[in-house]
Design a protein around this ligand. Structure first.
Ligand code: SF4
Length: 290
């Protein structure tokens, strides 16, 4: 079977960087290696990292590093107070915060210092947003959508930023509403284009294939969104977590199949799926059987 793998399938560059930092630390540094919370929401990645000597330290664990211990901060970042607490607890802290998230943190800190109220458009439960709140002294206001902007003060200068993975429509709608609501509103579009790029690429790939396979966790929001977008293109879409879920019979008549993956899916899972699909019998042979 002819297989086309999307160029940007899988890890975004920020996640890739954090994983590389962790694996390098396990190879090169002595002592115990931890990540502050699970590095990524993908069980097979966590398992593989464990096997390489990278363990998960639960967030907010009141643990003191006994002896040499290295701790890696995740790509989504943490409030500055957490970093200091971990250094004080004796950890050798490696900052795996994605450079794009660092830019947002700096923007928030700068505006806060200038006396502006920070409005973060995003999910208040998300680690990145909790981290950003720490950069404005915990005084920022998180809004998920237009119906929550009543909480934004009308008579204070406000700066609006976005959680990096926020969609364009929500950010545009909230920004517009805040501008109408406040006398002094500065809008800073801090969205990252990694997710949008993968989605655009998946849509383009659908036009070239008979079927598409989306690789990633069933509880991964961005993977589910990819699958939904592909179904909307009218292409037969299979969402799998691993190669073992693929059945020859489901690909009867498929000459060319595309593969893409969510941003928490590692290269090795994508490669296994590609290998499994390439090994399937050609479309014509299967057509004859059925
Ligand atoms: S989605 Fe963008 S901002 Fe978030 S970790 Fe990936 S590259 Fe960084």
């Amino acid at each position: 079977m002819n297989v086309i793998v999307a160029k940007n399938a899988g890890f975004c560059w920020g996640v890739k960087r954090a994983v590389t930092l962790s694996r390098d630390a396990a190879r090169k540094k002595g002592g115990r290696i931890y990540t502050y919370g699970p590095l990524i929401h993908n069980r097979s990645v966590i398992k593989r990292l464990e096997a390489e000597g990278v363990h998960v330290l639960p967030e907010h664990a009141d643990a003191h590093a006994a002896g040499a211990a290295t701790l890696i901060i995740r790509a989504h970042g943490v409030p500055p107070g957490d970093t200091q607490r971990l250094v004080d607890a004796g950890y050798d802290v490696i900052d795996g915060t994605c450079p794009h998230v660092v830019k947002i943190q700096k923007e928030v800190a700068r505006a806060h210092k200038a006396g502006r109220t920070i409005v973060i458009v995003g999910d208040s439960d998300h680690a990145e947003v909790r981290g950003l709140l720490g950069f404005c002294g915990g005084k920022g206001i998180v809004v998920a959508g237009v119906d929550e902007i009543a909480a934004v003060p009308r008579d204070e200068p406000v700066t609006v930023v976005a959680q990096s993975t926020l969609d364009e429509e929500t950010f545009a709608a909230v920004s517009h509403a805040v501008k109408n609501h406040c006398a002094d509103a500065a809008i800073v579009d801090t969205r990252c284009n990694a997710t949008a790029k993968t989605q655009r690429e998946a849509i383009a790939l659908c036009a070239q294939v008979d079927a598409i396979v989306i690789v990633g966790g069933r509880d991964s929001a961005n993977t589910n969104r990819l699958a939904q977008l592909c179904r909307e293109q009218g292409v037969r879409t299979f969402h799998v977590e691993e190669a073992g879920e693929l059945r020859d019979s489901e690909f009867a008549g498929v000459a060319t199949v595309g593969i893409t993956a969510g941003s928490s899916t590692p290269d090795w899972l994508i490669a296994e799926v590609a290998e499994r699909l390439r090994a399937m019998p050609p479309a014509r042979a299967l057509n004859t059987e059925h």
